[in-house]
Design a binder for this molecule. Structure first.
Ligand SMILES: [Zn+2]
Ligand SMILES: [Zn+2]
Length: 46
C-alpha cells in the first residue's frame, strides 16, 4: 500500500476515518489508530 498523498512512498497504515494509505508525514498517531493529519483526527477520535 502506498501513501494517498505520496504515490512514491510506502504507507505506514491507513486512516481510520477514510481508510486511505498514509506515510509517516501524512499520518497522525492517535494511539488507537492513524488519521489523516489535519483532516480526520476529530472524526477518528469521536
Ligand atoms: Zn482520513
Ligand atoms: Zn504521505
Amino acid at each position: 500500500m502506498h501513501c494517498f498523498n505520496h504515490p512514491d512512498r510506502m504507507a505506514v497504515g491507513s486512516c481510520k476515518g477514510c481508510c486511505k494509505g498514509l506515510c509517516v508525514e501524512c499520518a497522525t498517531d492517535l494511539g488507537h489508530g492513524l488519521a489523516c493529519k489535519d483532516r480526520h483526527e476529530s472524526m477518528v477520535e469521536s
